[in-house]
Write a protein that binds this ligand. Structure first.
Ligand SMILES: [Zn+2]
Length: 250
């Protein structure tokens, strides 16, 4: 019973963190949520929890139609299930980031199991792209100092977000597109989902995300934004301070 309550509490906190603009507390070294707006009108679109057979190909098609490159944070088990989709992501120039193997809450795992989750996720991606992924996003953004240190020690840049589309909840396509277009600012990283589900790691309906995507892309392009993969956004930030930028006004 206590375990269920703890899991529910963590899920609730994760939902709140994802829904509201979250700027982080505590040390931010090695974490990027956005880069300073002075770098120009750049934004990064990121998709979590895929690949999924139903939604990822449609998302790739929409991105291709606007010649936009994005970043996909994939779980190893889904990579193994749909290797062709991951191959397509790589061939079409998108970032592929490590989102662990199973999408477990890393905070609840022992060091050796955390290592296993990172490495198995990494190996799944590497078996397709031939290169070690450079970017990492912990499942549901849940991390403490122990987890953060382990991820950084493995040579990853941790990528979170500063605009959540909240497409994991009840919002329909219109609401998702409105949220993104309302909160977007230069330098922001936008979070969407091409897989996963509210509490599990797969099976959610992402058709509203797919339907919102053309509206989001067209609106951002119309507003003069350049949409780049997260790796490129990070390259635009020249110093560690700019990458781990904490000042909301920057
Ligand atoms: Zn996730």
């Amino acid at each position: 019973m206590a375990y269920i309550l703890i899991v529910l509490f963590i899920a609730l906190v994760a939902l709140l963190i994802s829904y509201y603009e979250y700027w982080g507390i505590g040390p931010q070294k090695g974490i990027v949520r956005r880069i300073p707006k002075k770098k120009g009108k750049y934004v990064a679109l990121t998709f979590d929890d895929g690949p999924s057979k139903e939604y990822t190909p449609a998302i790739l098609e929409i991105l291709k139609s606007r010649d936009v490159k994005a970043s996909f944070f994939v779980t190893g088990k889904m990579v193994e299930r749909y290797p062709d989709i991951v191959k397509r992501m790589a061939d079409e120039g998108h970032d592929i980031g490590n989102h662990t193997y199973d999408h477990f809450n890393l905070i609840l795992l022992s060091n050796s199991r955390v290592e296993e989750q990172i490495e198995k996720g990494e190996d799944a991606i590497k078996s397709i792209t031939g290169i070690k992924p450079a970017l990492f996003r912990p499942p549901r953004c849940l991390m403490n100092k122990r987890i953060r240190t382990m991820i950084l020690t493995k040579g990853y840049q941790i990528v979170l977000w500063s605009v959540s589309a909240a497409d994991w909840g009840p919002l329909k396509a219109r609401g998702i597109a409105f949220r993104v277009c309302h909160f977007v600012r230069p330098g922001r990283i936008i979070l969407l989902h091409d897989g996963g589900s509210l509490v599990g790691s797969e099976g959610g309906d992402r058709s509203d995300t797919v339907n919102a995507l053309p509206v989001i892309l067209d609106r951002l392009i119309e507003k003069g934004y350049k949409i780049v993969p997260a790796s490129e956004l990070i390259r635009l930030a020249e110093t560690a301070d700019e990458i781990s930028c904490l000042d909301q006004a920057s």
